[in-house]
Structure formats: C-alpha cells, structure tokens
Design a protein around this ligand. Sequence first.
Ligand SMILES: Nc1nc2c(c(=O)[nH]1)N[C@H]1C(S)=C(S)[C@@H](COP(=O)(O)O)O[C@H]1N2
Ligand SMILES: [Mo]
Length: 411
Amino acid sequence: MADKIQGQNIWSRRNFLMRTTGASAGLLFGMAIPFARNMPASFVPLALAQDSDAIDGKAGLTQLNDRPLNAETPPHLLDDSVTPTNRHFIRNNGNPPDEVDPSTWQLTIDGLVDKVLSLSIADLKSQFEVISYDLLVECGGNGRAFFDPPASGNQWTYGAVACSNWTGVRLRDVLNAAGVKPEVIYTAHEGTDSHLSGNADLHPVSRGMPIEKAMDPYNLIAFAQNGQDLHPMNGAPLRLVIPGWPGSCSQKWLSRIYLRDQVHDGAKMTGTSYRVPGYQVAPGEKVATEDFQIIEAMPVKSLITYPQTMADISNETFEIRGHAWSGDTSISTVDISYDFGATWQKADLNAPSNTNAWQRWTANINLPEKGYYEIWARAIDANGQSQPFAIDWNPKGYLNNTLHRIAVRRT
Ligand SMILES: Nc1nc2c(c(=O)[nH]1)N[C@H]1C(S)=C(S)[C@@H](COP(=O)(O)O)O[C@H]1N2
Ligand SMILES: [Mo]
C-alpha cells in the first residue's frame, strides 16, 4: 500500500455514489425524482444519507455524526466471528490527522519511567514480540440511544462494538522496557488527532488506566487490523487496543504514553466523561459531579447478528446466532426466548478464540406457528452477572447492556 494515507479521500465515495445511483440524473431506486431540477449539485438525498458507502472502506455503517465522523454497524453486519475492518465502528472525538506516514511515526514513552523511549513502528516490530489477538472494543456509550430521559452525545444503538484481529506488541513489554517507576499508578495516552475547536493546545481525548490494568498481557500497541494496515478512521498507523474496557482507553493515532503517580486528568477523563454515578440513580436524577466514578470493565452483553431484525422466516426451525462478551471475564451462558421471556432455551456457546474475544453462540429455534415473534438473547457471565431488562439509567448514557431483541415474522 501507499506509505501515505490520505485522510481527505474518506469522503470521495459520496460523489461516486451520487453518480452511480443516478440521483443527480433524476433517478433514485429506479424511480424518477419529479423535482430533481431543484436538487443542489452536491446534495445528498435523505434516502442515501444513512448509507455510509460515503465513508471509504466502511460500506453499510450508519453515520451518526459527520463532525466529528462517528458511525456504527447494524447488528446483522456484525455476524462474522472476527469483525472485518470495513465493519468496525468509528468513534472520533476530534479531527483525525489528515495524513500519516507510518515510516516516520514515533511513539514516545515517558513520564515516570527509568528511560524515555522513542520508538518507530519498525522498532516496535524488531524489539518486541509481535502477536495477534481477537479483541473486543466497545464504546462506553453504546446503547445510549435507548436512554429515557435521553442522554446527549452520539446516539449509538447496538453497533459501537467490534471484535477484530489486532496485531502488535504487548503494551506491558514496552512499558517494562522503559522501566516503570515504583510510584506509578496510572497511564496517560495521547494521539495526533486535533481538537474540534482548532486549538492546538487541546487534545480531543486523552485517557489512561490503572497501571495494573495496563500490565494485562492482552493489551496491544497495534499496527495491523485483520492482517492489514489499520483503517485511517481506526487509528492508522498505530493505536492502543485495551479490550473489555471502554473503547476510549484504546487511544488511536497513538503518539505518546506517559506514566503518572496520580489518576490521569486528561481530556475526557474528568467530570462526567466516561464516568457513572457511584450509586444507582432514578432516571433523570441530577447527580453531583464529584459522585461520578471512572468506568472500568464493560458489563456483560450480547448481540443477535442473524437473522436481521424484521426478517421473514419461512421455516419452522431455523438457526439464530450472535456474540456475547463481558469486560474482564468470559460468558458462561446465553439464553434465548421467543415468547417474550416466558421460557428460555440455552444457546450453544463457543469458547472465545482467546481471552478478551467475544464468544459466538448459536441456537435452533422452533417457531410453533405463523405470526409475529420477538427473539430475545440474554447472556450471563462467569461472575453470574446477567443482562438486565431495564436500563440502569445514568446522566451521560453509558453502559447500556440491556438484552437485545429482534422482531421476526414466520410466514
Ligand atoms: N486519538 C483518539 N483515540 C480514540 C478516540 C479519539 O477520538 N481519538 N476515540 C476513542 C473512543 S471513545 C472509542 S469508543 C474508540 C473507538 O475505536 P474505533 O473508532 O476504532 O472503533 O477509540 C478511542 N480512541
Ligand atoms: Mo467511546
């Protein structure tokens, strides 16, 4: 591949789409657009606006925001055991770097270390063991769209989650090479994306984690996703992948990690960002900022990835499938119901391909007669935690792990 990745090309498919669908020529889905003459030249018809073929290499994602670019994956496009790069969601807090050059990229490890390190990607590959794992990344705000009263922020439904195969070096090995001073309690991460305000002194996001978590052998400094270069919107050419914790820990366009003797206080670490009240609150309740606590492991959750919701099923018996995961532990059971929770049937559950990968489940469902059904999936993790029916409401809309429902019609 070219050693420069052009950020500007991300939008190039939009015009292509307009040309190939013929919308600009007055046709959409094979039908005439009677007022096509009134459409401005660069206009994107609403019927196409949700079609994020406009994002290069991310066909089928649903765009939630274009400044900054945020897009999620519909559940039925997350059916692969290992999420292909083109189906990995995009969550940006700022403006991604326009242009990156992997050959000159530098990662600095400093702060409370014995020896400051400045490493190129070639250094990472030659000085440390290179490994690949399937790793679960889920945004802390996944499921926010279902909050009532609503929570501000990107209205993620189900698809701010993915499990790609990531290749890189262990964060732990790199930190040990720098030498972690005994007083270190927390990491701090920086990337090269810029703040939406244009102020070069501000970071869009700079998060960290307790040093004990940082030393987990499944945390990677990754330079490849599914055997290829990272996608520009997923942090090319270098990122952290911290599985099972809020996606915000997984700094993209990673340029610096520094070690601190205090809890990191960078952008989106403090206040109410990626934090929830330390106690249960009623929906809509006001909570004092000092009562918010940093989110650590993500809770137990599952997705139904086949069939697609609203599918017509003509067979009495058919297979349904999906994935289940839980932050720092594994899944013990997935239960399925097609009678609104009156009875539950156990799904077949695979072991994860490695620690911190999601787990595939399948079940054969027998819908007794024609009509409308809902299929519900509920996972239980190794700690006995189960997905709830109702949202444990919090002001910023984090950690919604309520069970996934799909509608099907047996015809
Ligand atoms: N530099 C940088 N890293 C970042 C972000 C960001 O905006 N800038 N967003 C974070 C958040 S909130 C999430 S959920 C994950 C999402 O990773 P993805 O966009 O590759 O899916 O990236 C994290 N890393
Ligand atoms: Mo996130």
